[in-house]
Ligand binder design. Sequence first.
Ligand code: NAP
Length: 301
Amino acid sequence: MSRPTRILITGATGAQGGSVARHLLKTGHYQVRCITRRSQSEAARALADLGAEVVEADLDDPPSLRVALRNCDGVFGVTNYWEHGEREVVQGCNLVDAILHGEVRHSVLSTLPHTSLLSGGRLHVRHFDTKARVEEYARGRGIPATFVHVAAYYENFLKNYPPRRQRDGTYAFHLPQGSTPLAGVAVEDIGGVVAAIFDESFWYRDKVIGIVGDDLTCEEYAGIMSRVLGRHIEYRYISAQDYAALGFPGASDIADMFEFYRLFVPNRKADLIKSRELYPEIRPFERWVRENADKFAQAMS
Ligand code: NAP
């Protein structure tokens, strides 16, 4: 079976979809159509400048998805829990239904594991479980799909948990991850793996591919940042309970996410090997830090 050639992308004005759009366009053998709610935004215009077709559609509006999908034979789908909460499930299922009614040969959906089931009800990472429910729905409907489980973005070290200056002049970041490796990936590399999956979609139907650029303990992340950035950076463990008590929006969900990774995912070395096989240029953390040293200087100031 031949690979798809015209791919519809959701979330293309954002991190994952944007990375996928840029990688597919770079190959020169895919036509790319991006959906957005705001076709005049800066991000949407930048995609058009790269050669993507940009159309307005909304994951909450099934007819708009069907129109957007016309003449497309491939789909990359990502949904955003952090904007929509549990509604992400409906939006993901809307996309699956549109795929089912279209002429799609292959789709790649960004989903995540079902933490409540896998932890026997002990943990509830809502932003994972919503995506797991979409994956379950897609499997039940039998659409041709690969499910990608994307590791934590390296960019979280710049935006969500940058090393902070301590009273003694050193830097530290605090996470409930303990000594279990935490898989990570550079956002811009996600599309490299997804493009490789589309290239050989026949082999990846119904499979889960974990997208991982490195799989290091937090101490190792700290060691690399210290060495490359020339500052003393330490990792300090904080319990999931204390982390949840920090009280920022989504804190308890994120606390449960680290607890899930700490207790139920001993490592993601197999995903790392597969990701490197699919996209050999995928960056290890050290190289990514070197390339982003100026951004760290800003984030840590
Ligand atoms: P992002 O950069 O925040 O961008 C969100 C995208 O979703 C935008 O392109 C936006 O498009 C689109 N969108 C939102 N609501 C929409 C709607 N109703 N209809 C159509 N498009 C809509 O998002 P991201 O980081 O790529 O992906 C977010 C997901 O990644 C989250 O669900 C999160 O759980 C998951 N994730 C995050 C990490 C991490 O480490 N942060 C790791 C793995 C997975 P417009 O605004 O242009 O319409």
